[in-house]
Each structure stands twice: as C-alpha cells, then as structure tokens.
Ligand binder design. Structure first.
Ligand code: MG
Ligand code: ZN
Length: 226
C-alpha cells in the first residue's frame, strides 16, 4: 500500500512539472484551455460541438479529445467546424500533461484563443491529473443521478464549474437539479453551476457566458507565431 502511494505521488509530481510547462506555453500564447471531465455518455462531445459552432467568428478554437480508441469524437468535432486532434490513450483511462505537451506546438493549436480538452470518460483519475488547463469543468448528466458529487468528490472539489447536462431529460427520473447543486456545494462550496441541454440549446448562453468571462480575463497575446 505504502509503495503504491509513493509510486502514485511520484507519477503525479512528474505530471505536475509537465503541466506547469504546458501552462507556460498556453498562457504566453494567450490560450485559455478548459478541461472537460465527465462519465462516458455525459455529453462532453456534444458540448464541444455546440461550443465549436458558437465560437465561429468569435474565438479561434481547437479541441483535443481523449478516448481509449477510435477517432469518432475528433471527426464529430471537426464536422462542427473546429480543428480537433484525437488522442487515443490505449490502456490509460485519463489524459496526462505529457499528452497535451505533445500537441501544444502543432499547427492546429497555434493561433487559437480557446482550447477545449475533452478528457477520457471517467469521473475518477482524470481529476487527479493537471493538464495545464485554466479551468476544469465537471459534467454531470441527468441520467447519472444527482448524488454523483458526493460519491466522486475529488472531481467536483477540483472543478471550477459543474455543468448539469441533458436537462431536457429532467422529469424522466428522480434527478433533482437543485439537490445536485446542493450536493456539489456541500463538498465544493466554490463551485459554479450551469444547467444546459445541448439537444434543445437551453442554458447554452450561460455556458458561453462563463467561457466569455474566462477568455476576457486572459492576458493579451505575447507570443504569436509569424
Ligand atoms: Mg466523447
Ligand atoms: Zn485513469
């Protein structure tokens, strides 16, 4: 047990050093990176697609999307109008900072202002790996149940924002959005919450408003290539 903890600590401190390097890259280039974390099927890719459409003509945006296999999500996101790099993680169930560092100098990511990182679908270990992002967003979809913040506190404690997704499905189960918010604030009093549906578009304005605020807080560009 002790050996295992020591090993995990080592891995995470190495990750933190690489994450700091990623953060330096991104901040000197004026890029806001958002790390989207949620279960498989919580609507991460749909949110990236909706955001891609909204960004058109507003903010230069690209996406990194992590999955164990396939480039289905990158294809979906590119059809929504922004460049997307698929990261296939094989046996790993999370993204780590090295995966992001390997991508930050690619052409697709050069002159962007917003980088959407869709993590591997999983509520546990993605939360522990700093990717050098400006903010972590935890997605909780209505079908998953409103008790998830209490069951997986690590993610919600580290997240800046909780997105309650698929609110068009409210009423189809016992999910209570107010209770979900209370549960999240019980373990993460700082957390902001946005409720939305990518299917109907309800609440998307609050999400894009949150993004706009994050983008406005970013320092002017200092290191554009060309
Ligand atoms: Mg996805
Ligand atoms: Zn993992």
């Amino acid at each position: 047990m002790t050996m295992k903890i020591t090993f995990e600590k080592k891995v995470l401190s190495k990750n933190d050093r690489i994450a700091a390097e990623v953060r330096r890259h991104l901040t000197t280039r004026g890029i806001v990176a958002v790390n989207l974390i949620g279960s498989p099927g919580s609507g991460k890719t749909s949110l990236v697609e909706r955001t891609a459409a909204w960004c058109h003509g507003r903010f230069a945006t690209a996406a990194l999307t992590g999955d164990q296999a396939t480039r289905h999500d990158a294809d979906r996101i590119e059809r929504a109008g922004i460049p997307a790099i698929q990261i296939t993680t094989g046996n790993e169930c999370h993204l780590n900072a090295q995966r992001i560092l390997d991508c930050v100098s690619r052409d697709e990511l050069w002159d962007i202002e917003l980088l959407l990182i869709e993590n591997v679908g999983n509520l546990i270990c993605p939360a522990a790996y700093d990717l050098g992002e400006a903010a972590k967003v935890a997605l909780l979809s209505v079908p998953e149940g409103d008790d998830k913040p209490l069951k997986y506190p690590g993610l919600f404690q580290r997240a800046d924002l909780m997105v309650i997704s698929k609110i068009d499905l409210l009423g189809s189960s016992d999910f209570d959005a107010d209770r979900a918010e209370r549960n999240a604030r019980e373990i993460a009093p700082h957390i902001e919450v946005v409720r939305l549906s990518c299917r109907t578009g309800e609440g998307l304005g609050r999400w894009t408003g949150w993004l706009t605020t994050r983008l406005a807080q970013t320092a002017p560009l200092t290191a554009r290539r060309d």
